[in-house]
Ligand binder design. Structure first.
Ligand code: SF4
Length: 367
């Protein structure tokens, strides 16, 4: 059994698997490249960081999907957080990347420079501690991300009630992945031939969530780990399915993902959140793809607690993050890429997070 990280990064193993992919592709009579989408931003980052595209035949195209939590969060959510942060006695707590994403007219970073109390947290539990240390203030945690982060946000809400911590609330933009994949795969212009499914999300949900997708769209879905041999093995498994005319759900990441997922995390999520319609940057509103704080926990729901009148949201002119989130365009097609828009001075969400496609293109080049 492979136990250590070095063993997952062996170049020899990567080259061996890459040869297998090339051999399989040679047997597939395809006039256009096979298009595979890596759903997760963590995979996008690894693919660029380790130059995985260089190891693949040109007949395989990799597209980045909607799995960067910061990238899919719409401007409206950032605008809301900014407005709350401008109120006296409000503390906005958030994961680090979120602070740099431009909203319609400002960013949380600019607001902090202007005097708003905005703090970076490594976890929702840290936000809870801030609330505990600041009685009499409203501490709002910005809940973003997918099934991976939702359980820890749910636990913070349960803990807040159990420990009687007043003033803590969550502004939820949490999202669930299957509905977004349905929305993307239903669009006519993408033509995806296989999904590299997200490892972390799947460790919570299990693998069964992909079965209806594989069946409805007739494409292989393989859950993948994050090291180079993991991703290459996943691609090899997808290509094998295509060569054999199959569209099954398979699990490459067996060391972390069980078919049934993490039942405790699922229970805690279900106890605190309820499905709602949710807006995704670039994709629009997807019915049932969000997680709202349930009525049972309403006293921790920032959206319910604080009413807001917001001016209309707007996007930075020229930014094509929306198209990039759908895998419909690459950053090289954006007129602002690496000129007006850089990681130091991002104009859109995809340039901010390490998991963002524009950021990956900028740091590692088009590999
Ligand atoms: S390069 Fe910048 S402006 Fe262009 S799509 Fe990416 S984030 Fe938006």
């Amino acid at each position: 059994m492979i136990r250590y990280i070095d063993e997952f990064r062996q170049a020899k193993a990567a080259r061996y698997i890459a040869r297998s992919i090339a051999d399989r592709m040679a047997g597939i009579n395809n006039e256009v490249p096979i298009r595979l989408m890596e759903v997760c931003g963590g995979h996008t980052n690894a693919i660029f960081k380790f130059g995985i595209r260089n190891l693949l035949p040109e007949s395989i195209a990799l597209l980045s999907g909607p799995g960067c939590p910061v990238c899919v969060t719409p401007n409206r959510f950032i605008d809301t957080a900014i407005e709350l942060g401008r109120r006296p006695d409000f503390i906005i707590t958030t994961f680090g990347d979120m602070i740099r994403v431009p909203g319609s007219r400002s960013s949380l970073l600019e607001e902090r420079a202007s005097g708003s109390d905005i703090r970076i947290c490594l976890s929702p539990t840290e936000a809870l501690s801030i609330a505990e240390d600041n009685p009499g203030k409203n501490t709002v945690f910005l809940g973003i991300g997918f099934e991976t982060t939702a359980p820890s946000v749910a636990v913070s809400i349960i803990e807040a009630r159990e420990r009687g911590i007043a003033g803590f609330s969550v502004l939820s933009a949490l999202k669930t992945m299957p509905e977004a994949l349905y929305a993307l795969l239903s669009s006519d212009d993408l033509n995806i031939d296989g999904l590299i499914c997200p490892g972390h999300v799947s460790s919570i949900t299990g693998t069964a969530i992909y079965r209806p997708i594989a069946e409805t769209f007739g494409i292989p879905c393989v859950v993948s780990g994050f090291e180079p041999p993991d991703i290459l093995s996943t691609i090899d498994m997808i290509v094998a399915q295509i060569a054999e005319g199959r569209h099954d759900v398979e699990n490459q990441y067996t060391r972390a993902v069980r078919p049934e997922g993490n039942k405790r995390a699922q229970d805690v999520m279900r106890a605190v959140f309820t499905p709602c319609d949710s807006r995704w940057r670039g994709i629009g509103t997807i019915p049932g793809s969000g997680l709202a704080v349930s009525e049972e926990y309403r006293e921790f729901d920032a959206e319910f607690l604080f009413s807001l009148e917001l001016p209309e949201e707007r996007e930075v002119p020229g930014c094509i993050c929306g198209h990039i989130m759908r895998g419909a365009k690459t950053p090289l097609e954006c007129p602002l890429f690496s000129t007006a828009c850089t990681p130091q001075d991002p104009k859109g969400a995809c340039m901010v997070s390490a998991e963002g496609t524009c950021s990956a293109y900028y740091r590692y080049g088009n590999r």
